[in-house]
Write a protein that binds this ligand. Structure first.
Ligand SMILES: [Zn+2]
Length: 342
């Protein structure tokens, strides 16, 4: 068995309310897309039911007071910020999303599966140590990483975040931590929530040089992403030599997404995945865990996930041949040169 998809119908019960883009239909569209391509029932795939995370797991990342706040707000059905409402079941389902992420990580680290995709809701990458926001309550990928660091003594984890929004929560949590190399490709912070992720945010103290922010102008698409992956992602992997790849997989950089101005094709999710898997094969026996973040056009979202899963199963996709010159790449190489010669 090669690939695990961690999923529960319970994730459909998370409902931030009428008209909210982070809606249950997102996950229904993904499951239907995978069924349409006979991936849901593929002999190479197992669907694995998650267990909720324990409060102690969440506390590896978040302040206890913040965990209690989410629990209390959820009981009262009060929002934790303007974009991030709660219902009675929000706390419980946020624990299940973090638990599903831990599960996906364990399945890969134990060697039971080569790779895994946690198809979870609510998403996590905007959740900071002591505040949530941007549809996120607990930072699923950070909780997973802290559990895996503890249980499997991991020392080098590469997090690639290709959601169109900057993962400000993930960056904040690991800002001084050199064991987590966080690289984010996102729409320029002056043009999109949450307004962070400038190139000079490279980490602090021992973590300096381990945060790589690639803000892309609205209108950027496959050619720009291909360039950044070839010029920054591949060489930095070779220097960092990860023991695990974790991907914050958001699908809102797609050209049909209603929330952003980026222009990725659906196929791009295939070659982005192939590029990650190629590096993972080189350094860590192909160990990659994907976690669902955003993506708000149902067809683009489902299509993107289908490409990711096809690439996880071994199909190979290639970035565009066409090249371009981005000043941003020179700027990043210069900023990161105190740590890496790329
Ligand atoms: Zn997003």
């Amino acid at each position: 068995m090669k690939t695990a998809l961690v999923y529960s119908d319970k994730y459909l019960e998370h409902n931030p309310g009428m008209g909210h883009p982070e809606r249950p239909e997102r996950l229904k569209a993904i499951v239907n897309g995978l069924k349409r391509f006979s991936l849901w029932s593929s002999p190479e795939i197992r669907i694995v039911e998650p267990r909720p995370a324990e409060r102690d797991d969440i506390a590896l990342v978040h302040d206890p007071d913040y965990i209690s706040l989410v629990e209390k707000m959820s009981a009262l059905e009060r929002p934790i910020d303007g974009d991030t409402p709660t219902k009675k079941n929000t706390f419980e389902l946020a624990l299940l999303a973090a638990g599903g992420s831990i599960k996906a990580g364990e399945l890969v680290m134990s060697g039971e599966f080569k790779n895994a995709f946690a198809l979870v809701r609510p998403p996590g990458h905007h959740a900071c140590r002591n505040h949530g926001g941007g549809f996120c309550y607990f930072n699923n990928i950070a909780v997973m990483i802290e559990r895996l660091k503890r249980d499997f003594r991991l020392k080098r984890i590469f997090v690639l975040d290709f959601d169109a929004h900057h993962g400000n929560g993930t960056q904040e949590i690991f800002y001084a931590d050199p064991s987590v190399l966080y690289m984010s490709l996102h729409q320029h912070p002056l043009t999109l929530y949450p307004g962070t992720g400038f190139p000079d945010e490279i980490g602090e103290d021992k973590g300096r040089g381990f945060k790589v922010n690639v803000p892309l102008e609205p209108g950027s698409g496959d050619i720009e992403y291909g360039e950044v992956m070839r010029e920054i992602f591949v060489p930095i992997c070779e220097k960092f030599r990860p023991e695990l790849f974790a991907v914050s997989a958001g699908f809102d950089a797609h050209f049909d997404d209603p929330l952003t101005g980026l222009r990725l094709s659906t196929e791009a999710y295939g070659w982005l995945t192939t590029m990650v898997i190629t590096q993972a094969e080189k350094f860590c026996e192909g160990k990659v865990v994907f976690l669902l973040e955003g993506g708000y056009d149902l067809e683009a979202l489902a299509g993107g996930v289908v490409y990711v899963v096809r690439a996880m199963l071994g199909e190979r996709f290639h970035p565009p041949e066409e090249r371009t010159r981005l000043k941003l790449i020179d700027e990043l190489k210069m900023l990161l040169s105190e740590k890496w010669s790329l």
